[in-house]
Design a protein around this ligand. Structure first.
Ligand SMILES: [Fe+2]
Length: 385
């Protein structure tokens, strides 16, 4: 094991623990270490060594292999488990070289061979080499830790950037929704109301947390295709002709085509496409029946009907909530999904009144705020209804 000693830096003070049941060996080793300038502790057994390790700052352990009680190998294993940073040198007998190699397999940094006609240079060489390796390991560990900090910091920056982008999307969608409502003058605030009604019903249904944002976006943008319908048809005060009705109904396809290419709105686009479908197949454009209609569109159908009946129209006043509830109750299992209708009917009028009061204050400039949209991404709290 003789190698050239590696000089220790001047600033290094290596605190060494000598463990050996033979007092003569402890004395010799202590003398050698004193000669090298290292402060040291001594222990007559593995048990005593563990007690010292608990209370003293130790940088290196030099332990005999064969001791009564806890053997050197057992001590090595315990030290490696609890103090992986401590340098561990095993002292073996002449015939124990293979055991010394085994000790290194178990995590010893080096081994010294008895009888210790102890050469200070050999001990110094072993200690400094082991310390050097430990320092390299520590540097690698520090570097890894530093890298983890950099990755964590950059991940946080990325998360914040994504959040800002998401907010930008939501602000853009707010403007789009407001534009839809402004275009369709007589139904001012309609998009915002059905957006809020749909969220309320979806929360009441439970289990739709993952789809909440899509449902909200689908309701919010359901009539986006109306932006392409001529004013003469969209705002016509009289009944539409068959040809005009056919043009009007194109808003579903137009809206779908507008939105489907936006990846984060792909599911909302399906709701836009199906928002005039009815469970009995009487809707358009495809005449889909219950299970073929996305759940968001089934929820929207109830919210939309409720809003249409409880809002003033140029040709009639708003119907009372009770009358609107009856229409939806009668249509449950026919035009409307029975479970959606049941959940809707279980929600108290106060909830709908609160939403109407809020949206009435906004009138024609109704639009959802980014906070509303963000809130739909969060799971509904238990007890939300
Ligand atoms: Fe529509």
């Amino acid at each position: 094991m003789a190698t050239e000693p590696i000089p220790l830096a001047d600033s290094v003070t290596l605190r060494v623990l000598i463990v050996d049941d033979e007092i003569s060996v402890r004395k010799v080793m202590a003398a050698v270490l004193a000669q090298l300038g290292f402060p040291c502790e001594t222990a007559a057994s593995g048990e005593e060594a563990l007690r010292i390790l608990e209370t003293h700052k130790i940088d290196a352990v030099i332990s005999d292999l064969q001791m009564p009680g806890i053997s050197g190998m057992e001590l090595l294993i315990k030290v490696r488990q609890s103090y992986p940073q401590i340098v561990f040198l095993m002292i073996t007998g002449v015939d124990d070289i293979r055991v010394g190699v085994e000790a290194m397999r178990q995590g010893a940094d080096d081994y010294l061979v008895k009888p210790l006609q102890v050469d200070a240079n050999i001990v110094l060489s072993s200690l400094t080499r082991a310390l050097h390796v430990k320092r390299l390991e520590q540097e690698v560990e520090n570097y890894r830790h530093h890298l983890e900090e950099i990755v964590a910091e950059q991940t946080q920056q990325l998360r914040e950037a994504l959040h800002r982008i998401e907010r930008s999307y939501d602000h853009t969608l707010e403007v789009l929704g407001a534009a839809i409502d402004l275009r369709d003058g007589p139904t001012a605030g309609h998009s915002r109301r059905v957006f809020l009604y749909s969220i309320e019903i979806a929360k009441g249904m439970g289990g739709l947390e993952d789809q909440m944002r899509n449902i909200a976006m689908g309701a919010w943008l359901h009539d986006i295709g109306k932006l392409a319908i001529p004013d003469a048809i969209l705002l016509k005060p009289a009944s539409l002709t068959d040809e005009e009705r056919e043009i009007m109904q194109r808003h579903v396809q137009i809206g779908y085509d507008l939105v489907k290419g936006i990846p984060f709105l792909a599911d909302a686009a399906e709701i836009i496409f199906a928002h005039h479908e009815r469970c009995d197949g009487s809707g358009y454009p495809r005449g889909l029946k219950t299970q073929k209609i996305p759940i968001g569109a089934r929820i929207f159908a109830v919210a939309d009907t409720f809003d249409a009946m409880t809002s003033d129209r140029p040709y009639r006043r708003a119907l009372p909530f009770e009358a609107s509830r009856e229409v939806i109750a009668r249509g449950a299992g026919k035009r409307y999904d029975s479970h959606v209708a049941k959940v809707f009917l279980s929600i108290p009028d106060e909830t709908w009144k609160a939403i109407r009061a809020e949206t009435a204050a906004i009138q024609g400039f109704a639009f959802a705020t980014a906070n509303d949209i963000q809130a739909t991404s969060k799971p509904a709290k238990s007890g939300d209804g």
